[in-house]
Design a protein around this ligand. Structure first.
Ligand code: SF4
Length: 900
């Protein structure tokens, strides 16, 4: 590796430090041992970053209405587009929709332009979809958007409660820290509260599979139970809080006893009691929550019901305890710092506070500062649809896929007068609707700061040169601002200058009245900024080493210094199941993909884990609905439908469904889950309800299933259903069709590519059974293969995929090619489990059985699986447990039938 650069992972809110470099051999990625978020560890997504930085699929030059344009022309066009609308319709007729993927410096200038110079607060962010409820809950309880604790608390705790978080998949490095601590200290108890039996839940000491949306009942019940059992920290409650009586009254009414909670949550009373006792009897409890809590029409109340329990016991601001918001995105926290949401102002000042508005206006020298909150994400796109917003600039996000009621969002952008999109990727569902495309720098080319879930500011540093016509987001925003007439306030020479202004503003008239203060980082020399070490805010003075925990002195940010108990009357989510839509749809992330796959989708090893859109449901529901594992099903809500592969993983309760969020119109034919989700939001935070949509499932009958692996991408959109991903040296298309070609041989030849002399074409057709297989080889090198069957019982793709890495097929491989499996003794690997070392499920099963392995470390010692990022360790443990169960059953059967 050339000299490595210390930077930060661009995916989840753990904010892992990375050492990255590039050389002739490509990009090298390793965890940064010196970074306090991860101490050198990376998950599968972080480890695969090197696969995602190539220039294929990048947006490489500005475009206006699809034609190439110069930067000057494109910037002038955007500035004029916005200025014209503002002149004619006022500042509230324009909007920015930005992203937790932006760096803090990018975020800062976008927010400054919209709120301070355009004079509207119509700037919102995809972080609204992720942690707006946590923000609102923090502000209600603490008087500011403040995360009290730090990652270390998760390893100092005696009880870790994970609620609404599949941490093992969504924050893997943090989960690994907890798991390692549990190995060292087995008495650490892990409680997981989740309707699904996720990989995280499978690792728990206690799993509470609560009914979707019933979390407030559970925590109200806990509040009541703690009081009844004398667990109130009276000194703390009396000295540092207000509102306990009202919160207790509401809790008592809604969750008077364990039986009532058990009924509301749909779980056994004994499990609830076990949880309550664990919480009550252990001083050091951390309750970490994520999207399962936040993404709810009652998300803010859920957050406050959790915080209430920590306030009642005084478990906050001390090591190993406290509520802890696990942030989804890499820089959602940075966006909050700069006030990059429609209801916030910069540096934790408040839009509703006239003194704060005056402060910011003076600091910025603003001609007109927004005087009231703007439109939050869902309302903002509704205003675009209604024509009230006539110009929108979308930066680094893909709302046509990720927002609820995604078809309406698409329609809104289709009819909007002016849509500008800054992105690093050329082809997304959103860039397809842009009038102007602005090519933005990607991870590895960008330079600035991000803040992770524990308030730790880290540097993202460039280690790749930017393509010639690509620019960083801060530069693009400032250039547009200057062309709108705001020259001097946006004349920054570097992100360091923006960061300096951000730091100075945070300290301006602060004096501890606002929690966010990084005045100690103001006035950094360029080199100091370049060398900035990861540090947790607040950092009020120069030389201050950062702040690990907040509220250690029991003082909160409300004017009286006291935290607030918030009464949380339970509300069940909108969109309850009904006769027509009897199931409850939940959505979420999978282990190896990120957002809409524009980046992770480019990594072959990440694509292998769960390679296509699926709907997971209970096996008995599948049976009664006549949908079968491996076949396709249509998932419908009152809004729309998607088609996905049926999966019965055993993780889902009866009456529930789970669909991953990652597939878009670019990588599948009918799989955007946003098209199913109602635009119902939490009334306080504006965060949409992504976890509870009434839905139904029906078979999606097709005449045939198939898959195509090919070295060259092809247009496959003329089949009934398709999903695609990038493999290592090939493209994979999963297919299904309702039309049966009259001549299969011809149909397959067309899709496998024209034959040249010297090419080989192998095929096999069994029309009676509906099986058709063909392969094209160019000079004995596999160019493409296509398998079709009436049933989805097609060969494993992994062995065939491996043949694309070969320059020439060996004789047994040619023999096995149309069988789709190795001839002779070579065994199939099965679907990928360990992305880092390419170890498949069948390989692991055989290994575990053959060597009677009982421990993930033994597996790692033999095939390395699980020894790098550890993201697959929970799945390896599940395979070990599966083998253990089988052995038990066998030995019981032998005991019962000794003569068999
Ligand atoms: Fe990146 Fe994984 Fe760390 Fe999250 S846990 S920051 S995705 S390496």
């Amino acid at each position: 590796m050339t000299q490595s650069v210390r930077t930060t992972c661009p995916y989840c809110g753990v904010g892992c430090g990375i050492r990255a470099g590039s050389s002739g051999a490509g990009v090298q990625i390793a965890g940064d041992p010196a970074h306090p978020a991860n101490f050198g560890a990376l998950c599968s997504k972080g480890s695969a970053l090197g696969d995602t930085v190539g220039l294929e699929e990048r947006l490489l030059y500005p475009q206006i209405l699809g034609r190439r344009a110069s930067w000057d022309e494109a910037l002038a066009h955007v500035a004029e587009g916005f200025a014209t609308v503002i002149r004619q319709h006022g500042p509230d007729a324009v909007a920015f929709y930005i992203s937790g993927q932006l760096l803090t410096e990018d975020y800062y200038v976008a927010n400054k332009l919209m709120k301070g110079f355009i004079g509207s607060a119509n700037i919102d962010t995809n972080s609204r979809l992720c942690m707006a409820s946590a923000v609102a809950g923090h502000r209600r309880a603490f008087g500011g958007d403040l995360v009290p604790g730090c990652y270390e608390d998760l390893t100092l705790a005696d009880v870790v409660v994970l609620i609404g978080s599949n941490t093992a998949w969504c924050h893997p490095v943090l989960f690994r820290r907890i798991a390692q601590e549990k190995e060292r200290r087995p008495q650490l108890q892990l409680v997981v509260i989740d309707p699904r039996r996720t990989t995280t839940a499978a690792s728990a000491d206690l799993h509470l599979p609560v009914r979707s949306g019933s979390d407030v009942f559970l925590f109200n019940g806990l509040l009541t139970w703690l009081r009844r059992h004398g667990k109130v920290n009276t000194g703390f409650v009396n000295g540092h809080t207000t509102g306990v009586a009202a919160a207790l009254d509401v809790a008592e009414v809604s969750a008077p006893d364990i039986e009532a909670v058990a009924r509301a949550c749909g779980i056994e009373a004994r499990k609830i009691e076990e949880f309550y006792r664990l919480f009550a009897d252990n001083e050091r409890v951390v309750t970490a929550f994520s999207q399962g809590v936040n993404q709810s029409s009652a998300g803010t109340d859920k957050v406050n019901s959790i915080i209430n329990c920590h306030l009642l016991t005084g478990r906050i601001g001390r090591p190993g305890m406290g509520p802890f918001s696990l942030t989804g995105q890499p820089n959602a926290m940075g966006g909050r710092e700069v006030g990059g949401m429609a209801n916030l102002l910069a540096a934790h000042t408040e839009l509703e506070n006239p003194a704060h508005r005056a402060l910011v206006q003076q600091f910025w020298g603003s001609p007109r500062l927004a005087s009231r909150p703007g439109l939050k994400a869902v309302d903002l796109f509704e205003a675009v649809h209604a024509g009230r917003i006539k110009a929108i600039w979308i930066m680094a996000t893909n709302p046509v896929v990720s927002l609820p009621d995604a078809e309406r969002v698409k329609a809104a952008l289709q009819k909007c007068d002016f849509v500008a999109v800054s992105d690093c990727v050329a082809r997304t569902d959103t860039t397809a609707l842009a009038h102007v495309l602005l090519p933005a720098a990607a991870w590895g080319e960008k330079d600035g700061t991000v803040t992770n879930s524990e308030r730790r500011i880290s540097r993202q540093r460039a280690f790749l040169s930017r393509p010639a016509e690509v620019q960083p987001d801060w530069w693009i925003v400032c250039q547009v601002a200057q062309r709108m007439g705001f020259v001097e306030p946006f004349s920054y020479a570097s992100p360091a200058e923006i960061f300096d202004e951000h730091a100075r503003l945070s300290a301006c008239e602060n004096g501890g009245t606002r929690g966010f203060d990084i005045g100690g980082l103001a006035g950094l020399e360029a080199q100091e900024y370049a060398d900035l070490e990861p540090v947790q805010w607040p950092i009020p003075r120069r030389g201050h080493g950062g702040t690990q925990r907040l509220f250690e002195d029991g003082r909160f940010l409300h004017p009286d210094g006291r935290a607030r108990f918030v009464p949380t009357p339970p509300r069940m989510p909108a969109g309850a199941a009904n006769e027509e839509f009897p199931l409850v749809l939940n959505t979420g992330r999978i282990r190896d993909q990120w957002h809409t796959m524009t980046r992770t989708g480019r990594s072959p090893r990440l694509a292998e884990h769960l390679p296509e859109p699926f709907v997971d449901l209970h096996a008995q529901d599948a049976l009664s609905l006549a949908v079968r594992d491996g076949e396709l099903a249509r998932v419908s809500s009152p809004l729309g439908s998607i088609v996905a592969r049926v999966r019965t993983s055993g993780e889902i309760a009866r009456g529930a469904l789970f669909v991953p969020i990652h597939w878009s119109g670019v990588n599948a034919s009918q799989a955007r889950p946003g098209a199913l989700i109602h635009a119902v939001v939490d009334p306080i935070s504006g965060e949409p309800e992504f976890k509870h949509t009434a839905a139904r499932v029906a078979p999606f009958p097709v005449e045939w299933y198939g898959f195509l692996l090919t070295r060259t991408a092809i247009d496959i959109t003329n089949v009934t259903w398709w999903a695609t991903l990038q493999g290592d040296g090939f493209f994979r298309y999963e297919l299904a069709g309702r039309e049966v070609p009259s001549d299969w041989s011809q149909w397959m030849r067309q899709r496998l590519g024209a034959l040249d002399s010297g090419d080989d074409y192998l095929d096999y057709h069994d029309p009676a059974s509906g099986i058709h297989r063909a392969a094209r080889l160019v000079e004995n090198r596999l160019a493409a293969c296509l398998f079709v069957s009436r049933r989805p019982d097609l060969p494993e793709r992994s062995w065939l995929a491996g043949l694309f890495a070969k320059d020439a097929l060996e004789a047994p491989e040619r023999v096995g090619l149309l069988a789709g499996r190795p001839a002779g003794t070579q065994k199939e690997c099965g679907p990928l489990v360990c992305s880092c070392f390419g170890v498949g499920r069948e390989t692991l099963r055989r290994l575990i059985a053959q060597h009677e392995l009982t421990d993930a470390r033994q597996v790692g010692a033999r095939v390395k699986a699980g020894t790098n990022c550890g993201s697959c360790l929970p799945e390896i443990r599940a395979l070990l447990a599966e083998r253990h169960r089988r052995s038990l059953v066998t030995s019981i059967q032998e005991e019962l039938n000794p003569l068999d």
